[in-house]
Design a protein around this ligand. Structure first.
Ligand SMILES: C[S@@+](CC[C@H](N)C(=O)[O-])C[C@H]1O[C@@H](n2cnc3c(N)ncnc32)[C@H](O)[C@@H]1O
Length: 503
């Protein structure tokens, strides 16, 4: 690594000089082509007028380059900065001179009026002028090319490969500083360009979700990249190999005998009205919302129960249009919660019992879920598996028939719903068009209380299971950061990572 500092050791230590050089790496690369040309192409005078043309520097070139002020030819300039020669003695120290010179540059470069492309362009021109002054090189055509490259960088790799001053020359502190600034500005621009691209990609993906708008408000580049690059939003289940399904036209797929009147199905005969687990109660799960006559919501009583909904459908005597709110009717926003990764909220007011959305993703077999879980075990703490196990009776049944919804790579917006020990949503199993397929149904979110706009939506990942107490926290399990007064301290008991279970 060459010594790139011509300052006395007291001003720039070798370590600092080296690290500055490293920092300026890609700028040095950018500037390489500037110094390949012989010194005859552009005189210092031309350089000065070009720099002034750029509208950057109110002062003269001489005032910006005091070490050159007394020299009119590149020859002299070369001798001046040649390490073999001596730095002329002036009234001020080299550091003072550098500070004085550099002091005026950042102000202009940081002008809030200038956008990043302008700033790069201006800085590149300034840098070009400085290189011309110091090394007496720079061909206008080549300069234009370099300016074009740094002004409109497509990516880091489009910049030239390396830069070093001509043999026997050192970079002045001012040039080093300019190069470093250019590097920072280019880096900032590349990052902003990258973020803009990611946002665009993500917005396109979000735009393909059916129903009211789903938006993303994500400031963290890493989270944004994860979502834009490696996640696909889906509007229905994605069935994977080995998942067996009973066809919709199966003879076992029958509807209720109700002929449907304005009171809905008859609880005494309706086969769709669900039967609560461990009871013979037939429950009517819906009612018209007390606060919004146009809204059908899950009843308060139903939200307290552990039950599945068999929704009436086209095979029913009532023609299936009575109880159900078909499709999502609220807007959603994915946002960065900070400590718990991404989360979900709605800008709309949600009424207690209001249908929110489905939990969609890849439908896989239990064996496949175990394989996927083993593959990711230990590499992260996030889990996106939800068991569809409402009708599973025993271990054998589970091994043979249980399906799991995996939302790690494919999913709906609800896959961003985080856990809370005091949740405002509930996930309910809902069988819709195919009541015959007892091993496959929808996982459906409802508001279990009124929810103000902008409130994070949460549900209990161990809903329906026995809960541990805060005193029983397993230090090896995923700690819960819901922040509620009744927080149990962990997401899943006993190191369990899968979050799904019977509701
Ligand atoms: C289904 S994802 C929820 C979305 C997730 N936050 C993300 O950024 O993709 C479940 C994961 O979110 C995180 N998480 C959810 N609720 C949490 C909580 N209360 N405390 C800590 N982490 C939580 C855990 O990493 C968990 O494995």
């Amino acid at each position: 690594m060459p010594d790139v500092s011509n300052e006395p050791a007291t001003h720039t230590s070798p370590e600092t000089a080296l690290s500055e050089t490293d920092q300026a790496g890609s700028i040095l690369e950018t500037a390489e082509s500037l110094i390949k040309e012989p010194s005859t192409h552009t005189s210092p005078k031309t350089a000065q007028s070009e720099i002034n043309q750029a509208g950057l520097i109110p002062e003269t070139v001489e005032s910006l380059t005091p070490e050159l002020a007394t020299h009119n030819s590149p020859e002299n300039a070369r001798r001046e900065i040649n390490p073999a020669g001596s730095i002329p003695e002036t009234a001020e120290s080299p550091l003072q001179a550098t500070n004085r010179v550099m002091g005026s540059v950042p102000d202009q470069l940081e002008s809030p009026a200038a956008n990043s492309a302008d700033r790069i362009h201006n800085l590149a021109r300034l840098l070009t002028g400085q290189l011309q002054q110091n090394y007496g090189c720079c061909h206008t055509t080549e300069e234009d090319e370099v300016i074009a490259k740094v002004t409109y960088p497509i990516d880091r790799h489009s910049l030239p490969a390396s830069f070093s001053p001509p043999l026997g020359y050192h970079l002045t502190p001012k040039l080093k500083s300019l190069l470093t600034q250019l590097r920072h500005i280019i880096d900032g621009t590349l990052e902003r360009d990258h973020l803009t691209k990611l946002r665009h990609t993500l917005n396109e993906k979000l735009g393909r979700i059916s129903g009211p708008a789903v938006t993303a408000n994500i400031d963290c580049p890493k989270l944004l990249a994860r979502l834009a690059d490696s996640f696909k939003f889906v509007n229905s289940y994605e069935y994977r190999a080995g998942v067996e399904r009973i066809p919709d036209d199966s003879e076992f797929n029958i509807g209720c005998p109700c002929n449907g009147n304005e009171n809905g199905c008859d609880p005494s005969i309706c086969d769709c009205l669900n039967i609560e687990e461990d009871s013979d109660d037939r429950i009517v799960p819906y009612q018209i919302s007390e606060n919004n006559a146009k809204l059908i919501v899950a009843t308060k009583d139903f939200l307290r129960r552990k039950a599945i909904i068999y929704e009436c459908n086209s095979r029913c005597g009532c023609s299936g249009d009575r109880y159900w709110n078909h499709g999502r009717s609220i807007k959603l926003e994915i946002f960065n919660t900070g400590s718990r990764g991404l989360g979900l909220r709605s800008p709309d007011f949600l009424h207690r019992g209001q249908y929110i959305d489905l939990y969609l993703g890849e439908v896989i077999t239990k064996a496949e879920a175990e394989e996927r879980e083993n593959l990711t075990e230990g590499s992260h703490t996030q889990s996106y598996l939800f068991s569809v196990d409402w009708n599973i009776k025993d271990d054998e049944d589970e091994d043979r028939n249980m399906k799991v919804v995996d939302t790690r790579k494919f999913g709906s917006a609800t896959r961003f719903i985080n856990h809370s020990c005091n949740p405002n949503c509930k996930i309910v199993p809902v069988s819709t068009t195919n009541h015959a397929d007892e091993y496959l149904y929808n996982l459906t979110f409802f508001a279990n209380r009124d929810i103000a706009p902008g409130t994070e939506l949460t549900f209990d990942y161990t809903q329906g299971e026995e809960h541990t107490t805060a005193a029983e926290v397993d230090p090896d399990t995923v700690p819960c950061l819901c922040g509620e007064a009744n927080c149990r301290g962990q997401l899943w008991p006993n190191k369990r990572k899968g979050q799904g279970s019977k509701s």
